[in-house]
Ligand binder design. Structure first.
Ligand SMILES: Cc1cc2nc3c(=O)[nH]c(=O)nc-3n(C[C@H](O)[C@H](O)[C@H](O)COP(=O)(O)OP(=O)(O)OC[C@H]3O[C@@H](n4cnc5c(N)ncnc54)[C@H](O)[C@@H]3O)c2cc1C
Length: 262
């Protein structure tokens, strides 16, 4: 599996890690190799760096102060309880609130799935898109899997997923909305695809988030437009490329195009 945080630099990584990455790359040349330092020590270092007081203002920006701790949380190296305590210690109740709210989403998804295990793969409710479940393609199209949709910002995000095994929450929302609403693919296919590639792949958070985007676990479908991506990507994605024009409209116009039966 793979992980390449943006701050990782092959030049400055410890020699043993570089040697290990080189050795593993030789064994499977087509697979990017994870360089996320594993283990309790690395998890504690990352935990000590969280900044909930900045997070509350910029967590929706792709370069915002999110923690990237999810792979450690997923694999049990840091508990949500520890994260909450650290947030309270660093930022206090008021400044730490937004961060703790996000932890609560995780808890909610886990508790919901424990109570209703069928929600992992079955629609909780019908789609509220004007389309029936049968109108959605069963399988993930090959161009999506290969990051060759021809839509520049989408291909950039897919490459990030494949190479790093981690995506910012907003990027996950963009990709999921593109798959389900622009390509009309059932959310289950997208959820399975994410689970194959995410280092933090987690059945509850992932699948219920996909259902939330799809509208089978929420009151309305989640969609975005190019203006939103321009704002939250702050130049990290090639938003000006003409292939992104499919997103370049106001929300009413996009709704009318994507959900004409409503
Ligand atoms: C389509 C889609 C798929 C997702 N799949 C996963 C997944 O497989 N595994 C996973 O852990 N999260 C998933 N999420 C939730 C969220 O995107 C990630 O938890 C978050 O981006 C991880 O980055 P971070 O550690 O920097 O989070 P931070 O923003 O720093 O938050 C700290 C911790 O809180 C929890 N958290 C934060 N936001 C959420 C959220 N919206 N829902 C649930 N928990 C949250 C995570 O444990 C995270 O590590 C998904 C979201 C979407 C929209």
């Amino acid at each position: 599996m793979r992980f390449l945080p943006t701050e990782f630099s092959a030049a400055t990584a410890p020699t043993e890690i570089r040697a290990l990455v080189a050795q593993l790359s030789g064994l499977s040349p087509d697979e990017p190799i994870s360089v996320l330092p594993g283990g309790q020590e690395a998890a504690q270092v990352a935990l000590a760096k969280i900044q909930p007081q900045l997070y509350r203002h910029d967590r929706n920006f792709l370069d915002g102060h999110v923690t990237r701790l999810s792979p450690y949380v997923r694999h049990g190296l840091v508990s949500p309880q520890q994260l909450m305590q650290q947030a309270l210690q660093v930022a206090g109740v008021e400044a730490g609130e937004r961060f703790i709210q996000q932890l609560a989403w995780r808890d909610y998804f886990h508790l919901y799935l424990a109570q209703f295990p069928q929600a992992a793969w079955q629609d909780v409710e019908p789609y509220k898109t004007g389309w029936l479940a049968a109108d959605y393609a069963q399988d993930l199209p090959a161009d999506i899997a290969a990051a060759s949709t021809g839509v520049r910002l989408i291909d950039q995000l897919i490459c990030e997923l494949l190479q790093q095994g981690w995506l910012h929450n907003h990027a996950r929302l963009y990709l999921a909305a593109y798959v389900v609403h622009w390509r009309r693919v059932r959310w289950q296919a997208g959820a399975q695809w994410f689970l194959q590639h995410l280092l933090d792949g987690d059945l509850a958070s992932n699948n219920l988030s996909w259902q939330w985007v799809a509208s089978t676990f929420s009151a309305k479908p989640y969609i975005f437009n190019l203006e939103n991506v321009e704002k939250f990507s702050r130049g990290r994605l090639d938003c000006a490329h003409p292939s992104n024009a499919i997103f370049d409209d106001d929300y009413d116009a996009l709704q009318a195009k994507l959900f004409p039966n409503l």
